[in-house]
Write a protein that binds this ligand. Sequence first.
Ligand code: PMP
Length: 288
Amino acid sequence: KCGPDGNFSNGEILPFGPIALSPSAGENAVRMKNGSDRMCMPAPSVEQFVDAVKQTVLANKRWVPPTGKGSLYIRPLLIGSGAILGLAPAPEYTFLIYVSPVGNYFKEGLAPINLIIEDNFHRAAPGGTGGVKTIGNYASVLKAQRTAKEKGYSDVLYLDAVHNKYLEEVSSCNIFVVKGNAISTPAIEGTILPGITRKSIIEVAESKGYKVEERHVSVDELLDADEVFCTGTAVVVSPVGSITYKGKRVEYDGNQGVGVVSQQLYTSLTSLQMGHTEDRMGWTVQLN
Ligand code: PMP
């Protein structure tokens, strides 16, 4: 098999670069632990988790695309199972990691995405499971996402379920709003996923002199922003070209929809991930 862009060939052992487990695989392990506590499941320890990721990647070296041509997507999963009818935590658990080569998310480099705010759908409610990475969370976004895609949008931006006014996140990424030298992103208060890329980008942005605020960010601020971008493992840093809200479309100028700040942060993070710049953050782990 090959990646979606067909950039690498079947079975060939390819040059194997550093893998970015930012800001250390421990962050992902801790997030799984928090999620598994919420789901009444046992979780592997940080050491077991990190070791399993390393072993899985090494055992699948042949599928690692050459630097710049794509990535080896790593998905650790904890599954509950067993013979039980009632509503109760599962009696048995399986921890598995699957990997898949993927091409670059955007073949032409950075490309702006067009989001719609769907205020009839909510992704998470206070006290719910929105703050942890559990598969059930994705059930609530399927319909909204499909409807948005049918209308030509890239994805849906969700608002908080209490006021229907503050930004939460997109179906599978976190959101940032740029105004002047300030970058704002919704605070982690239990309804949005604490993205590892979100955390990395906050550190990278601060190291570049931006003022980063984690707080409530309103739709009005979003529509008045200079630039908007999303972050996630798959999308890395993804500039937002337009937002549609209550039938009105706001476009962000930038350079063909790619703002200066989004471009700068994207370049910084990907250069670090690919080993093109020195990793002063200690986020990358060399496996061979
Ligand atoms: N929010 C949601 C709902 C997600 O599924 C993801 C992707 N994992 C993110 C945010 C971004 O998180 P990360 O940067 O850890 O990939």
